[in-house]
Design a protein around this ligand. Sequence first.
Ligand SMILES: NC(=O)c1ccc[n+]([C@@H]2O[C@H](COP(=O)([O-])OP(=O)(O)OC[C@H]3O[C@@H](n4cnc5c(N)ncnc54)[C@H](O)[C@@H]3O)[C@@H](O)[C@H]2O)c1
Ligand SMILES: O=P(O)(O)OC[C@@H](O)[C@@H](O)[C@H](O)[C@H](O)CO
Length: 380
Amino acid sequence: MKLAVHFGAGNIGRGFIGALFSQSGYHVTFVDIADQIINQLNEEKQYQVKLATVEQETMTIQNVSGLNNIKQENEVVEAIKQAVYLTTAIGPNILPHIAPLIAKGLAERVKNNEEKLYVIACENQISATDLLRGYIFEHLDDETKGKLEGKVHFFNSAVDRIVPLQNNQGSLDVLVEPYYEWVVETSENIPPVEGMTMVADLAPFIERKLFTVNTGHAVIAYLGYLENKSTIDQTLADEAILKQVQATLGETGAYLIHQYGLNPEDHSQYIDKIIHRFENAYLNDDVTRVGRSPIRKLGPNDRLVRPAVEAQKAGLSYTNLARAIASALLFDNQEDPEAVKLQGMIKENGLSAVLKEVSGLDENSEITKEVINHYEKLKR
Ligand SMILES: NC(=O)c1ccc[n+]([C@@H]2O[C@H](COP(=O)([O-])OP(=O)(O)OC[C@H]3O[C@@H](n4cnc5c(N)ncnc54)[C@H](O)[C@@H]3O)[C@@H](O)[C@H]2O)c1
Ligand SMILES: O=P(O)(O)OC[C@@H](O)[C@@H](O)[C@H](O)[C@H](O)CO
């Protein structure tokens, strides 16, 4: 059986990417540090993916097993030697930590395997696979890097499926929304995977996804958190917040239409479809999950700052995006290590210094001024 090695047996790993490989006839070896999940995968050898709909349609995902990347390094290397695909859905900040082991696996593989391997990072980050490739290459000598040429291919991708935190401790089953989209940038003729779409240029796809789905999600999460709401659908039921989401997606939309020549009518329908997905009450998606890791989300290339900067450059409106950035700066969830760190940084250095350090915004920039303005109003 063909093998896919997938790093990260979490929500997207089990509920989306691993499930698609399994349904496409692959054995999926999940690699994760969570012993409980790994042990259960090896004992139960299957799990269920349930759709967040009234009928709760269920699919059984089979041909799965697990390896612990800390305790079973040699086994992970062996799996990488055999695989057709190597994918990740582990969180962008974790990629540097798994790179040394992937590098070891690739170095062993290319010694005597001429077959092609396709590496795809499935993270909410622009050029995540390029970044992963960079981290991997830090651990390879020039000779091995040369041997990878033509044999190990790295493709960027965009992944879209809302998978909330699972309220089923001790079970491998995953509740997911019915919708999904996995777009991979390649012009190679690669082995088919059900549900994977191939495109020659990913930029419009990843930006459209990140600056619509994830920007909209972030606005709901941060405003919802400030209003003491617990889930995304509950927050969206607030008319004022819905209007704010629409206004913000109007700004990212204007940038996307300007940048990629999207059809305004089609894009407006895309926005409506996404807002409808956010309204799915069966997902019960916590605002704290969607708002997680605010330092990452406030990064210069992420869902809030990049569209604001690009809109400003294009002479377009960015005031609602500035408000979204301000609301992220107010996310003081004590359970989230990045939120705690961010609040400490704001207390110690002030807002403009934080916007400079975290978001790469000049202290005197118009965006910084606008964010501070909104921050003061939202804080009241
Ligand atoms: N959940 C969603 O709706 C969704 C949708 C699209 C994309 N994504 C992206 O997918 C990625 C994963 O998100 P998720 O929601 O599945 O998160 P998750 O927390 O459910 O899964 C992450 C998994 O990585 C594992 N992990 C963490 N550190 C590790 C390490 N050092 N070594 C090995 N395993 C490690 C965790 O144990 C966990 O099982 C993120 O980049 C996220 O942005 C998520
Ligand atoms: O995963 P994050 O932390 O980058 O973003 C949180 C959510 O917006 C995200 O997980 C969405 O549910 C997902 O991107 C939908 O495709």
